[in-house]
Ligand binder design. Structure first.
Ligand code: SAH
Ligand code: SF4
Ligand code: F3S
Length: 439
């Protein structure tokens, strides 16, 4: 008999990818996915602890799911991901509805945990202090990947210890996957019809650097570029301090590598960057951006930025706004700082009050909105290459896809075009997308 699982993912792409792995394990155990938690025998929450908000969302969801437990006595609730890793068995004290807890390094222990709950009626947490490279080798079933693009993990963990960030504590030390396995996996994905791969890691720029026998990240990109049938390559995330000249050259040399880079800067103030332990100055950041623009004039940029880091003054904040004006990002993900237990920044004095944080975020987002719209309007009249991903959500007669610069384009077309690259003339630029017609 098949059983039903409802899985919800919080947080970053690494977690989305882990959810595919989790489901690959469950499918072997004859579970099928359902979209309504009410229909499930097992509810799995793959959690994120990067900001306070993400963690709060998790607990409020568990509270709401509790009513299903009252109706269905045998319903099991498991929590994985970074909150699971951080809290372990303490989670049982925070919510009586949780039956088992695991972390990003113990995904393979899910069958054991389920057995413990089902047969022995015991609550259990199973987490590891260290990252476990064998867990990295649980690759998702290719057929679970929907559409024409796929994420591929190339490394796990992070050794950067930015002072505000919980990731190095929950994801553990940086470990790179063997390049041979990465290439093999991408080839298999391409055979199944995947056209675009997005290489994943907290800091892909430092891929392979700890192992003399391994390729560097730019070398890996050259290898991936040679895979026949693959059309596009992207990667996230890059750390500005490790963005090498070799990687910049890869953008020039590799025809499959798309002209877009996500390069979080976090703050435009050197004083704050130092307190954040980021390892670069605003000048170094801007130089790298200039160099990329020089080699690839149509490259697009996105980034993450934090407002309200402890001690951030009006002057520091205006430096952040100034950097945003200089770079002209296509897209910016902006966050209010929230202290995370166990990180260095959580001990810093001068926390910025919530009203100021909120006001700064509003100002920053209003500025960015104007830039994003302006950038999209500039595309009007231009011809772009769109890799068609599927039907548009808003209009079934339209297709949706992305430009090499990672912009969403909607245009009228035929279903048979899904998976191919089409030349599209842009007719209108909106805040978050473009419209066009086939050339
Ligand atoms: N490895 C990636 C991003 C990891 S987390 C990188 O280094 O760029 C994603 C984003 O969350 C970060 O870039 C940062 O902007 C934000 N973030 C992390 N910790 C935070 C905190 N304590 N408060 C607010 N935002 C935070
Ligand atoms: Fe966190 Fe910094 Fe590592 Fe990114 S590089 S995951 S922000 S510690
Ligand atoms: Fe969140 Fe963990 Fe990713 S804390 S951002 S899910 S690495």
């Amino acid at each position: 008999m098949t059983k039903k699982v409802y899985i919800k993912t919080f947080g970053c792409q690494m977690n989305e990818y882990d959810t595919l792995r989790i489901f690959s394990i469950l499918r072997r155990m004859r579970y099928e996915k359902v979209v309504e938690p009410a229909d499930a025998d097992l509810i799995l929450l793959n959690s994120c602890s990067v900001r306070q908000k993400a963690e709060q969302k998790l607990y409020s969801l568990i509270g709401r799911l509790a009513r299903f437990k009252k109706k269905k006595k045998r319903l099991i609730i498991g929590v994985g991901g970074c909150v699971g890793q951080q809290e372990g068995s303490l989670m049982f004290n925070k919510s009586p509805y949780i039956d088992f807890v695991f972390g990003p390094h113990t995904i393979d222990k899910i069958p054991e945990l389920l057995k413990e709950v089902e047969e022995n009626h015991k609550k259990k947490a199973f987490i590891l202090d260290k990252s476990d490279p064998s867990c990295l080798e649980i690759t998702p079933f290719p057929e679970l990947i929907e559409g024409i693009k796929a994420y591929v993990t190339i490394m796990q963990g992070c050794d950067n210890f930015c002072s505000y960030c919980i990731v190095p504590y929950v994801r553990g030390r940086e470990v790179s996957r063997p390049s041979k396995l990465i290439i093999k996996q991408i080839k298999e994905l391409v055979e199944k019809g995947i056209k675009e791969v997005i290489l994943l890691g907290q800091n892909v720029n430092s891929y392979g650097l700890k192992d003399n026998n391994e390729l560097t990240f730019p070398q890996l990109l050259y290898k991936v570029n040679n895979i026949e049938g693959l059309k596009r390559i992207r990667f996230i995330t890059s750390h500005p301090k490790d963005l090498s000249e070799d990687l910049i050259m890869a953008f020039k040399d590799l025809e499959k590598l798309c002209e877009h880079i996500h390069l979080p800067f976090q703050s435009g103030s050197n004083r704050i960057l130092k307190l954040m332990n980021r390892g670069y100055t605003r000048e170094e950041y801007l130089d790298k951006i200039e160099r990329l623009k020089e080699l690839k004039p149509d490259i697009s940029f996105s980034a993450d930025v934090i407002v309200g880091f402890p001690g951030e003054s009006e002057e520091d904040f205006s430096q952040t706004l100034d950097l945003i004006q200089r770079v002209q990002f296509d897209q910016l993900y902006s966050f209010q700082y929230s202290p995370r237990k166990g990180t260095k920044a959580a001990l810093l004095p001068d926390e910025v009050d919530p009203q100021t944080k909120n006001k700064r975020l509003q100002i920053l987002q209003a500025m960015q909105r104007k830039i994003s719209i302006q950038k999209n309007i500039e595309k009007e009249g231009k011809v772009v290459e769109v890799l068609v991903e599927g039907r548009s959500k808003n209009d079934i007669n339209e297709l949706t896809g992305r430009t090499r610069g990672n912009k969403i384009v909607n245009f009228p077309g035929k279903i048979e075009w899904i998976g191919s690259i089409k030349k599209v003339k842009i007719t209108k630029g909106y805040a978050n997308s473009l419209r066009g017609v086939l050339v």
